[in-house]
Design a protein around this ligand. Structure first.
Ligand code: ZN
Length: 159
């Protein structure tokens, strides 16, 4: 298991646009493994994008605790999105903060898996929200940019 350091909201790196992966090298596979380790290590981590560990590549991992388990996305594209759901979000790169964000209630996302094979996933609810949140990271966008009412709330740290 290898953990990577998280890039936080005040680091300019988190605002950069990530580049597509052109070849799935052993280095990319190690990155995927480390990202999953880092996500599971962090309390409340259900998704993590590569720029959050300082790698400006279009990759994210998600596990919202549903039947899909861990899903790895390389060069993802959201090919369909519709509906609307407002709900609170948080982010490992924005510790201690939350706000309400309006996301599509249904998305279809296409990506490559670690074997370089294309897959398509249809998502609703939390998984759709998480895909949109992680996808935004690849373009340097944070959930706090999208607060529905402009308010950002502090979370009480309860440990
Ligand atoms: Zn995030």
């Amino acid at each position: 298991m290898a953990l990577r350091n998280l890039v936080l909201e005040n680091d300019p790196l988190i605002r950069k646009v990530s580049r597509p992966v052109d070849e799935i090298t052993p280095r990319i596979l190690k990155l995927l493994d480390d990202m999953a380790d880092t996500m599971y290590y962090e309390d409340r981590g259900i998704g993590l994008a590569a720029p959050q560990v300082g790698v400006l590549r279009r990759i994210f991992v998600i596990d919202v605790g549903d039947e899909h388990g861990l899903i790895e996305f390389i060069n993802p594209e959201i090919i369909e999105s519709d509906g609307s759901q407002v709900g609170s979000e948080g982010c490992l790169s924005v510790p201690g903060k939350t706000c309400e964000v309006d996301r599509p209630s249904h998305v279809v996302c296409k990506a490559l898996n670690r074997d370089g094979e294309e897959f398509t996933i249809e998502a609703t609810g939390l998984l759709a929200r998480c895909i949109c949140h992680e996808y935004d990271h690849l373009d340097g966008i944070l959930f706090i940019d999208k607060s529905v009412d402009g308010n950002i709330y502090r979370i009480q740290e309860d440990d």
